[in-house]
Write a protein that binds this ligand. Structure first.
Ligand SMILES: *Cc1c(COP(=O)(O)O)cnc(C)c1O
Length: 310
């Protein structure tokens, strides 16, 4: 997904109910999802807390969304939810990972080759690997440069925006590669009406006059980090408004930041060659970033409920 993810490796992968060696976690070339993209996944992070634990951030919410994504796509996951939730913890332990990124993946196995998957098996994998800052350490402090993509976010009735569906990420990859080839760090996509939607794999927020604004859930993924940022902001007495946002509102925002499990809370310092605010991480972004890392590091007792100890 990014340069930082180049060549991940590990020891064990949870596949269809048990562990296999990393190098043996292979599938047949006729795997249905490989051809047509109907599969769903999650991205989850585990953090090392200040008191020396390993804690998965908002694990039940991520597993719930995995099942919701599958439900939206008429995929029946052949395991109860708690089994997959436990598999996440077991995979971290099996790979002796104190912190890292966890990728549950639900896909359609081989068998029928038509678009209708027939009774091909629904398969489940859980993979975990170490993963640093998705948009770079420097980006977290200085802010990154973003481009409004020439690719629109899918129309809501062309793909289902509430699922993390494998094939939908063709749209994200087109936008991400365009942004990188054009010398930017990330892409912001507009919806088919021309309103700000989200980044290739992150939700978008802007700050104007001390108030945080973010697009409503209509065309965007219901990000768990988005929800976290909204709750942490309101907790600090900062107003958050969900409303339609136009492209030029981004240009004249005081601050812009992205949220996502991979990107965490990442400031944006420039959009389409327009400097945003002071051209560096803004104060509200910094406040939320600090609050976020306090929570995931177990420094904020109030949000201990969001941590599942491995
Ligand atoms: C995963 C994702 C996000 C962020 O969701 P989180 O739950 O915060 O990780 C936002 N947008 C898209 C398109 C995504 O795939």
């Amino acid at each position: 997904m990014s340069d930082a993810a180049g060549g991940v490796s590990g020891d064990k992968i949870w596949l269809d109910g048990g562990f296999v060696d990393w190098d043996d976690a292979n599938v047949h070339i006729l795997t249905h999802t490989l051809h047509y993209g109907l599969g769903v996944f999650e991205g989850i992070r585990c953090y090392r807390t200040d008191d020396g634990r390993s804690a998965v951030f908002r694990l039940p919410e991520h597993v719930k969304r995995l099942y919701d994504s599958a439900h939206i796509n008429l995929l029946e996951i052949p395991f109860p939810r708690d089994r997959v939730q436990n598999a996440v913890l077991e995979t971290l332990r099996a790979n002796r990972l104190e912190e890292g990124y966890i990728r549950p993946l639900v896909f359609i196995g081989d068998g029928a080759m038509g678009l209708h998957p027939g009774d091909n098996p629904i398969r489940v994998a859980v993979i975990a690997w170490p993963w640093g800052k998705y948009l770079g350490e420097e980006g977290m402090e200085r802010g990154i440069r973003a481009k409004v993509s020439t690719f629109a976010r899918h129309f809501v009735n062309a793909k289902m925006t509430k699922g993390k569906t494998c094939g939908d990420y063709v749209n994200s990859i087109l936008a991400k590669r365009e942004a990188l080839l054009d010398g930017y760090d990330e892409a912001i996509l507009l919806d088919t009406q021309g309103l700000v939607s989200e980044a290739s794999g992150e939700n978008v927020f802007l700050v104007k006059g001390g108030v945080i604004h973010t697009p409503p859930l209509t065309t965007v993924l219901d990000g768990i980090t988005r929800d976290t940022a909204i709750e942490l902001a309101r907790d600090k007495g900062i107003d958050v408004v969900e409303r339609s946002i136009t492209r030029d509102e981004l240009y004249i925002a005081d601050e812009i930041f992205l949220t996502g499990t991979a990107a965490e809370v990442t400031p944006i310092r420039e959009v389409d060659h327009r400097q945003i605010g002071e051209g560096s991480r803004g104060p509200i972004t910094h406040t939320l970033q600090t609050a976020f890392f306090d929570v995931v590091s177990g420094r904020d007792a109030k949000y201990e409920r969001w941590l599942t100890t491995v």
